[in-house]
Design a protein around this ligand. Structure first.
Ligand SMILES: [Zn+2]
Length: 433
């Protein structure tokens, strides 16, 4: 891959500063120079470099999705995820991985897989170039209790193949389960610390004992793995803080004490609320039998209200809130993930700048790659870059439109190259501002 020089860009560098006009040089898989247009600008090297005049397009870091389920199959029930045969399922995951990259998500954090090794196989296939997809962290199945979210077995069909989660009871079963997923090569263990109303176990219920949670975390950390939790109830959020569970999904029902705990430990945690699931289950699932009335009876309206208040409070307390919202159901299909940024603006009160930063600023640590690697267009960072036709700071919804995402670069290579004229010096011709 030749080095690439983007010229005449409107650069959103991910630092929180307003965008500026300038050029970006990518050498190998890193960003080697970022230069503002204007007095004192040094000439950039062009020999042997593909020069792309982006004609004023918005150039920004690739986005990071914090709660991804490649194996959820855009169906209306949890059961239909699990009933998909493994052969079709792995092909589905590969196709979904490409969709994320198409939509500008250059990094994704697996938040649970439906069969034991789907995530691991997909991560490895992306990493070795067999398939295209974002940088990916592979998750375990949802570790759950009998009757909890993830236990889709029937009393007369108790075989674990009928469950999309891994069902454990007691400390030794937990230990064995974590060891099994560590053996398979996951990056993170997903534990369901609270219920989920659509399963019949309410969101505010939390069944795992303290000893079971402690064993999960202790064993995971001994293997160098991360733990992420499905945690809607107050009790489950507090368990996450107590046991140092880094990634907290949902966190809807945080009481004052839980908010204080999260604030006091904000460097240790990432929160991905998954508002898309709540919003769309309440308002956009009628075609699949979940009318607003049904959703209300399930408790989802009450939870949506609580989740919005919690996220507003966490935002005020400067806790890290990231996009990723259980996409992969019929009413939250894969590829529509940038709606999370719109929801952050519309429901949580973030500015468009904050929403963009929520998808970029914590890329390195969220992907377990340390600081100064991902999420910024700055010298030395990995070259994960998007070109956008439009201004997400003026209208955050442009990121939902694939036709407005003109180019996607991951690791210094174009997944989708911008439209260009042929010739040594190339220009984007789609729009000339
Ligand atoms: Zn999830």
């Amino acid at each position: 891959m030749a080095d690439v020089l983007f010229t005449n860009a409107r650069i959103f560098d991910g630092s929180g500063e307003q965008p500026f006009k300038g050029d970006v040089l990518v050498q190998g898989n890193r960003i080697s120079r970022v230069q503002r247009t204007g007095f004192g600008a040094r000439p950039m090297p062009v020999n042997g470099t593909t020069v792309v005049d982006v004609a004023g397009a918005f150039l920004m870091p690739g986005m990071i999705e914090a709660h991804t389920h490649f194996s959820w199959n855009d169906q209306p029930t949890l059961d239909s995820i699990q009933r998909m045969p493994p052969e079709e399922h792995i092909l589905w995951c590969a196709q979904v991985a490409k969709t994320y990259l198409d939509m500008g998500w250059t990094s994704c954090v697996g938040a649970a897989t439906a069969k034991p090794r789907l995530d691991v196989v997909i991560r490895n296939a992306i990493a070795d170039g067999t398939i295209v997809g974002p940088r990916y962290l592979a998750a375990s199945q949802e570790i759950t209790v009998p009757g909890g979210l993830g236990d889709t077995t029937q009393p007369h069909l108790p075989q674990h193949e009928f469950a999309f989660g891994a069902i454990v009871s007691g400390v030794e079963e937990m230990r064995r389960c974590v060891r099994m997923f560590a053996k398979y090569g996951v990056d993170s263990l997903k534990i369901n610390l609270s219920g989920e109303s659509i399963t019949g176990m309410p969101s505010e219920m939390s069944q795992f004992t303290d000893a079971e949670v402690a064993t999960c975390v202790e064993e995971a950390k001994a293997w160098g793995k991360r733990v992420a939790a499905h945690a809607r109830s107050t009790k489950s959020i507090k368990l996450c803080v107590k046991h140092g569970i880094e990634v907290i999904y949902h966190a809807s029902f945080a009481d004052e004490e839980a908010l204080d705990l999260l604030q006091a430990n904000k460097k240790q945690h990432f929160i991905a609320p998954g508002l898309a699931w709540l919003i769309n289950t309440c308002h956009h699932a009628s075609a699949w039998g979940i009318t607003p009335d049904v959703a209300r009876r399930m408790g989802y309206f009450r939870e949506l209200e609580a989740a919005i208040e919690t996220m507003k409070a966490l935002r005020r307390r400067d806790v890290r809130i990231l996009p990723g919202g259980d996409y992969g159901f019929a009413w939250t299909p894969h590829g529509t993930n940038a709606k999370d940024l719109e929801y952050f603006v519309k429901y949580v009160g973030m500015s468009t700048m904050e929403a963009l930063l929520s998808a970029t600023a914590w890329g390195g640590p969220m992907m377990r790659m340390g600081e100064n690697q991902l999420g910024k267009v700055q010298e030395g960072y990995l070259a994960d870059i998007l070109l956008v036709d439009g201004d997400p700071l003026a209208d955050i919804t442009v990121l939902q439109d694939k036709s407005r995402i003109l180019a996607v670069m991951k690791d210094g290579e174009f997944h989708r190259a911008p439209p260009m004229r042929s010739g040594a010096r190339t220009e984007m011709t789609r729009w000339t501002a």
